[in-house]
Each structure stands twice: as structure tokens, then as C-alpha cells.
Design a protein around this ligand. Structure first.
Ligand SMILES: Cc1ncc(C[n+]2csc(CCOP(=O)(O)OP(=O)(O)O)c2C)c(N)n1
Ligand SMILES: [Mg+2]
Length: 656
């Protein structure tokens, strides 16, 4: 009979040999956690290797993403179709699905992209929250699964872990089970070099159940998981392991963390663990036992499919899980645009955002709001978005507390779970507190919407700590992020429409604190913001000599500058450029027509000027910020920093 030790050794040797072949990688972690993973995958995890994305599967997150070979070995052994032995042999090579760190979308077994330590753990909190929320909507006959996560010492050291742990405990995410690879080793050496923390006390304080096991004792591991499943709290299982278990001289040391073991050490491990088989060769009885584990969930899946088939709300469940928006929601956008075009309110764009959300949230039930404790500033709450509480997950609004990084990673988790389109607010400046997770939204093609208000010196008195300068530039520099800086209620609603239509990446809405006029006063069914940029006001004179480019709160200032220039007989057009990324996707002809080839171009934005050169060209000018802001009323600041209609007009005149 195949023993659990044989099965775990299969993981160990696939990991050692794949890292050796790649000449790089991390063998220590998969070798250390092989016993824990074997217990989890053969006795607990509800999954079907032949239907890896089945909606009610248990989720497994490898937060310690450097141990990617653990995941790939598990995928190959249990029979995931996209992970054959060839993929294991080509670990870390160009074109292989077996990337250095697990990437969502490359291999079906990866529920999320991991590698930046701590992200996976926080994503897992989002996945577990998503489970509770979907179960509250559809009942536990349709949604009833656990979320397991393996995290290492590094994940628990990262700050984001505190935010995630704290929220998981607060919400009482009882079906979240964290298996901590408690091996006392990090890259620099013993963890005692840099931590003296009592992790169990830390998790207990956050309202988790905690326990300790020998991570090489299958029965002890199984008993701990059994108890964790029954708990009404999230559970931490500290699995005391030996990193690189089986490596005769390097095991238990940092030497096995992130480098090939070398032929001699691997030969020693073969002798020590009694594994005479050649690299990448798994004896048939062991592979059969693993494949049987991969089929364990098939019956349960079939039973679930039968329940789903009989479920009256099946269509709605499937629609939201597939990420398809409801029929007819575009009409809501048009109605809103028509109304504000007629009424022309003077709203801050954060207020426009709230009004847009008031219109959208009733017709798009999967839109889930939230804020990192700035609800009343971000204006992210709407009449239909009731708060989620530890005893009621049927709501639609998440109070993340002052935890921007956790919020963004949890939004990724909600999005990955399926069934939800999350949006979350904070001040634009604090995008830098959530950046690593936003970057993951982009890399994983997640439709997550970042509602970032107080978007410039226009926020005024809170001063330079709160005034973004470089933030939007950096967001624009991040691949696969749509950055919108709308100028009025029409553009704001259009930005939401484009963000919701953008199924393969996150969007950022940079929104003003201060009131702004409605500038789009003629209704168009067309979403002009979705083109990225367009001529808002054509020259009123015969020829166009100057083109003024602006976004957000500075578009009205550009219109004033146009009046100044045209009063001097200089034909001037104003271009609103709310989304650079979408503008770049337009044809060259469209872009040249909008930018006005041959005209003098001046851009104005109350943010850092970096990057605007690409639109104004060598002869153009950029009016904006070149240093940090200051604390004063907004009008004073605009004048002090020279971001005025007069300055824009003068810059144009100087170049004619
Ligand atoms: C945010 C982040 N910082 C640094 C790293 C580089 N790094 C990868 S693994 C690691 C050490 C992790 O230690 P541990 O989680 O204990 O893993 P083990 O050595 O036990 O496998 C570090 C610093 C990273 N991947 N992510
Ligand atoms: Mg460690």
C-alpha cells in the first residue's frame, strides 16, 4: 500500500529535481510542507482535478509563492490536465505554464498569483469573505466551501498580514484555515534574527482559533484540520516543519530556501528518504494513489451540479459567477447622463461618483462597495449597499477600517472568488499604501474599481501629506490599469461605464474633493470618456492655433484659458483627456485630430507634470506641480503654484 510518506516524497523529489533542472527555484518549502499538503489534498480539500474551476470547490492558496513547485507537483500528481510531466520538466522556462511563482490564469490550480509575500493570505481572506457573501445570497446548498492557505514566516511578517488577519477575525470567517509553515527559517537564516513574536497569541488576539502541530505527523495534521473545520472562527494551524526535509546536510537551514540542492545533496536525499527512482519518475502505485485523490471530489461535484440544476436562481448565480453584467444596465447610464446634462449640477466629482453609484448599484447587484474608513469622504456608500457584519453577509458594503492594502487584496480575493465586482475607496494619495495589491489586480486581469478621492492640491487645507503629486503618474505607468480623471458628472458616469465594461483589468477613478461645474452640456449617447480623450470645445475662430489639454478639475480652467486666448484672436480648442490608456488605443488619425497636429499644445493638470511630454510634444508646455503642495485653501494653492487660466494662456502665447 502507498503510504502518505511515499506520496509526500513524490512532491519532494519533483520539487528537488525540477529546481535542479531549472538551475533556480525554491526546493526547501515544498519539501518541508509536503506532508501537510499531502494530508490536505488526499483527505480534506474538496476539488476535482478534471473540473478545476467548479464554483463550489474548496479554495487553496499558496501564499508562500516561492514554493511554487509544491503547487505544480500537486497539480501534476492529482491529474490537472494543464500540468503534465513536461510542464514540470520545463519549470521556470519561457513559454511553460510553470512560472517561477504561481500565476493566476497560467495553471488552473493557482487560485491567485502569489510571490509578493502576504498577498496570498489577504486574497484568501477575500475568497473566504466571498464564500460567506455568496452563501448568504444563494444558500449553503449552492455555496459551501472552505478556503485553505499555506503561508510562511515571511507572509506573517509582512504588514498586510496584520490587516488581513484582523479582518478575518473580526468577520469570523470560520471556513478560513491557515496552515503556517512554521520552519523557523527565512532567507537570512533563523527567524530569531528578526522576530520574537508569539504568533499564536497574535492570532488569538485577533479572534482566531490557534493550534500547533508537528508538520511531519499526518495524523496530528489531520486532527488539527478536522478541529479547524468545526470551529466558528478562522483557524491558524502552526505546522512545525523542517525546511528542506530529507536533504541530508542542508535540511533545516536557509541553504535549501532558494537554490538548487546540487547533485550530491539530492543523491543523499534519495538515500535518506528511500527514493531510488529517476528524476521526474513517479512509480505507478504512488501516482495512482495521487490520481485517486484528484478524483475524490467528482461525486460531490456531480451532486452539486444536480442541486444547481434545480436551483430557481441558477441563471443569476451563473451570470454573476461568469462576470456578465445584467441586461439593460447601459440604459441607466444614458438616463443619468441625460439628466445631469440637463440639470448641470456643480458637484465635486466624488459627489458625481456617489450619484453614479446610486444609479448603478440598484441595477448591478454584484457591485460591492466599501472604503478604508473614509466612507463619508469617498462617498462610496449608496442607499442599497447595506453594511456587511459578522452576523449578516447579505449586505453589499464593506467597512475595511483603516487598512488600504488589506482592502485592495481582499477586493482581489472577492473578484477571484467569482460573483462580485468590488469597488473600494480611499484618498488618492493612499494609493501608495495599497499599490502591491493594485498591481496584482492588473496582473491578474481583475475587474476591481478603485475610487480614489481628494485627487490634487484641490483638496486644500489637509496639506502636502494628503496632496498627490506623483501618484497618478505612477498609476498611468502601471500596465493594464485604466486611470480615469473625469471632469464632471457626465465623464464620471462614463468612467464607471468604461470601468465596468473593462472585464480584464482594474480601473482607478481619481476624483475631486472640490465642486466643479458640469462641462458636458450636450447629451451624447456615445461614451466619449471611453475614447480616452476628445475635443470638448472646438475653436470658435476660423483656425485652431492652440490646443489645451486637461483632465478632471483643470478642464474648466482650460476652458477659461481658451476664452482668454480667443479674446486675443487665437483660435483655441480644449481637449479633455480623462483616460490616457484608452486614448492610446485609438487610431493614430483620431489622436492627431484630437491633439491638433501643428497647433501649440499646453497641458494643465494640478498634479506632477511628469509624462505629459508625450501629448504636448517638444514645443508644448505643461502647467502643473513640480514639488510637494502646501496647506491652504484650494484657491490660494492654485494661485500660489501658478496653475491658473492666465498661466495656461501665457504659456500658449509664448510658443506661438
Ligand atoms: C514582499 C516580498 N518581499 C520579499 C520577498 C523575497 N522573499 C522571497 S521568500 C523570502 C523569505 C521568506 O521566508 P519564509 O516565508 O519563511 O519562507 P521559507 O524560507 O521558510 O520557505 C523572501 C524575503 C518576496 N517574495 N516578497
Ligand atoms: Mg520560513
Amino acid at each position: 500500500m502507498t503510504s502518505p510518506a511515499d506520496m509526500a516524497n513524490a512532491i519532494r523529489f519533483l520539487s528537488m529535481d525540477a529546481v535542479e533542472a531549472a538551475k533556480s527555484g525554491h526546493p526547501g518549502m515544498p519539501m518541508g510542507m509536503a506532508d501537510v499538503a499531502t494530508v490536505l489534498f488526499t483527505r480534506f480539500l474538496k476539488f476535482d482535478a478534471k473540473a478545476p474551476r467548479w464554483a463550489d470547490r474548496d479554495r487553496f492558496v499558496l501564499s508562500a509563492g516561492h514554493g511554487s513547485m509544491l503547487l505544480y507537483a500537486l497539480g501534476y500528481l492529482t491529474g490537472y490536465e494543464d500540468l503534465d510531466i513536461d510542464q514540470i520538466r520545463k519549470f521556470r522556462q519561457f513559454g511553460a505554464r510553470t512560472a517561477g511563482h504561481p500565476e493566476f490564469g497560467h495553471v488552473a490550480i493557482a487560485e491567485t498569483t502569489t510571490g509578493p509575500l502576504g498577498q496570498g493570505l489577504a486574497n484568501a481572506v477575500g475568497l473566504a469573505l466571498g464564500e460567506k457573501m455568496m452563501a448568504a445570497r444563494h444558500g449553503d446548498g449552492i455555496v459551501n466551501h472552505y478556503t485553505y492557505v499555506i503561508a510562511g514566516d515571511g507572509c506573517l511578517m509582512e504588514g498586510i498580514s496584520q490587516e488581513a488577519i484582523s479582518l478575518a477575525g473580526h468577520w469570523g470567517l470560520s471556513k478560513l484555515i491557515l496552515l503556517w509553515d512554521d520552519n523557523h527559517i527565512c532567507i537570512d537564516g533563523d527567524t530569531a534574527l528578526s522576530t520574537s513574536e508569539d504568533q499564536l497569541a497574535r492570532f488569538s488576539a485577533a479572534k482566531w482559533d490557534v493550534t500547533r502541530v508537528d508538520g511531519h505527523d499526518p495524523e496530528a495534521i489531520a486532527a488539527a484540520i478536522e478541529a479547524a473545520k468545526a470551529s466558528d472562527r478562522p483557524s491558524l494551524i502552526a505546522c512545525r516543519t523542517v525546511i528542506g526535509f530529507g536533504a541530508p546536510t542542508k535540511g533545516g537551514t536557509e541553504k535549501v530556501h532558494g537554490a538548487p540542492l546540487g547533485a550530491e545533496e539530492i543523491a543523499g536525499a534519495r538515500a535518506k528518504l528511500g527514493w531510488p527512482h529517476a528524476p521526474f519518475e513517479i512509480p505507478a502505485p504512488i501516482l495512482d494513489a495521487w490520481r485517486a485523490a484528484g478524483r475524490r471530489g467528482a461525486t460531490e461535484r456531480a451532486a452539486w451540479e444536480a442541486r444547481l440544476a434545480a436551483y430557481p436562481e441558477r441563471a443569476e448565480f451563473e451570470r454573476t459567477v461568469a462576470g456578465r453584467l445584467p441586461e439593460g444596465w447601459h440604459q441607466t447610464v444614458l438616463d443619468f447622463k441625460r439628466k445631469v446634462t440637463a440639470e448641470q449640477p456643480k458637484w465635486a466629482t466624488r459627489k458625481s461618483s456617489q450619484e453614479a453609484l446610486e444609479a448603478l448599484t440598484p441595477v448591478i447587484p454584484e457591485l460591492i462597495g466599501g472604503s478604508a474608513d473614509l466612507t463619508h469622504s469617498n462617498l462610496t456608500h449608496t442607499k442599497v449597499t447595506r453594511s456587511i457584519t459578522p452576523t449578516d453577509f447579505s449586505g453589499r458594503y464593506i467597512h475595511y477600517g483603516v487598512r488600504e492594502h488589506g482592502m485592495a487584496a481582499i477586493m482581489n480575493g472577492l473578484s477571484l472568488h467569482g460573483g462580485f465586482i468590488p469597488y473600494g475607496g480611499t484618498f488618492l494619495i493612499f494609493a501608495n499604501y495599497l499599490w502591491p495589491a493594485l498591481r496584482m489586480s492588473a496582473m491578474m486581469n481583475r475587474r476591481v474599481i478603485y475610487v480614489l478621492t481628494h485627487d490634487s492640491i484641490g483638496l486644500g487645507e489637509d496639506g502636502p501629506t494628503h496632496q498627490p503629486i506623483e501618484t497618478v503618474t505612477a498609476l498611468r505607468a502601471t500596465p493594464n490599469v485604466l486611470v480615469f480623471r473625469p471632469c464632471d458628472p457626465v465623464e464620471t458616469m462614463e468612467a464607471y461605464e468604461a470601468a465596468l465594461d473593462n472585464e480584464t483589468g482594474p480601473s482607478v477613478l481619481a476624483l475631486s474633493r472640490q465642486n466643479l461645474p458640469t462641462l458636458r452640456t450636450i447629451h451624447s449617447d456615445d461614451n466619449l470618456t471611453a475614447r480616452g480623450g476628445y475635443i470638448l470645445a472646438e475653436s470658435d475662430l476660423e483656425s485652431r492655433q492652440v490646443t489645451l489639454l486637461a483632465t478632471g478639475s483643470e478642464v474648466s480652467l482650460a476652458l477659461e484659458a481658451k476664452d482668454l486666448l480667443e479674446s486675443q484672436g487665437i483660435g483655441t480648442a480644449v481637449v479633455s483627456l480623462p483616460c490616457w490608456e484608452l486614448f492610446e488605443r485609438q487610431t493614430k488619425e483620431y489622436r492627431s485630430a484630437v491633439l491638433g497636429d501643428g497647433t501649440v499644445r499646453v497641458a494643465v493638470e494640478a498634479l506632477g507634470t511628469f509624462g505629459w511630454e508625450r501629448w504636448v510634444g517638444d514645443n508644448g508646455a505643461v502647467i502643473g506641480m513640480t514639488g510637494f503642495g502646501a496647506s491652504a485653501p484650494a484657491d490660494t494653492l492654485y494661485n500660489h503654484f501658478g496653475i491658473t487660466a492666465r498661466a495656461v494662456a501665457e504659456a500658449a502665447l509664448a510658443r506661438l
